[in-house]
Ligand binder design. Structure first.
Ligand code: SF4
Length: 247
């Protein structure tokens, strides 16, 4: 069972493809941060539910929460023998991922008394290769910082098996010509880690790292799918049919 507990609906960037960035009030109310009693009672309410896959995100950037570390540390601390959640997935734009935070997350993934793959995946929403495309697609000037943060995270993770990393790129008008450069750049980084990875145009699963070239979800889906397929072909990647579980 997938459970999304949204730590915040704030975001620090404005991706053009994201509904969060097109509204001042993502849920029709002023933007907020979840308080600790709500987090605690939501987690405790999951006890006894089967096979919970927890993600502290829906809209917004979870690492922006001023008590992000406290909340996540608490969740892992009360999850002995996976009594609350079986897996944990973090989605982030990696704008705020200092070395100390990266080390902390990696330490949580090694929490004793939990299944080894409990902290299963970290999804890096990057979506551009060049500075200009990043500015256009993400609405911010953080390209170099994000690349540095993700590269450092991969280095710090070293041979630690979990979490797997998804290096994600939603193919769209502002970036479709950059797919090859994006893939080459991250191939080199992942190969330096000497661990298995796949390059995929559809849902990559959680068994290994992935460079995930996602389709844009849009009103004109046929056009977005054609652009996605053409961009992948230009980069020498065979587009695949959309799989179940893809998002
Ligand atoms: S980083 Fe995530 S939440 Fe923020 S605007 Fe981009 S897609 Fe939306």
């Amino acid at each position: 069972m997938n459970v999304n507990l949204e730590l915040t609906d704030h975001c620090n960037i404005r991706c053009v493809m994201c509904s969060q960035s097109t509204r001042d009030e993502a849920h029709g109310v002023p933007e907020k941060f979840m308080d600790f009693p709500t987090w605690r009672s939501a987690l405790l309410g999951l006890v006894g539910l089967p096979d919970v896959h927890l993600c502290p995100h829906w809209l917004g950037e979870p690492t922006l929460h001023p008590e992000f570390e406290t909340f996540v540390e608490y969740a892992f601390a009360i999850n002995a023998r996976n009594r609350i959640f079986r897996n944990f997935k973090l989605h982030t734009n990696a704008v705020i991922l200092a070395p100390e935070r990266a080390r902390r997350l990696l330490r949580l993934a090694r929490t004793p008394d939990l299944a080894p793959d409990t902290f299963q995946a970290i999804h890096f929403s990057i979506d551009a290769f060049g500075v200009e495309a990043y500015r256009q697609v993400k609405g911010a000037d953080h390209r170099d910082r994000v690349f540095r943060n993700v590269e450092r995270f991969l280095t710090l993770r070293g041979a630690q098996p979990w979490p797997v990393a998804h290096i994600a790129f939603v193919v769209q008008p502002g970036n479709h010509e950059e797919v090859l450069h994006f893939v080459e750049h991250w191939r080199e980084r992942l190969e330096a880690q000497r661990r298995p990875y796949r390059v995929t145009g559809d849902w990559p699963g959680f068994d290994q790292d992935a460079i995930y070239l996602r389709r844009l979800n849009t009103g004109d889906q046929g056009r977005a799918d054609r652009q996605h397929a053409e961009a992948l072909r230009r980069a020498g990647i065979v587009p695949e049919a959309r799989r179940e579980g893809s998002f």
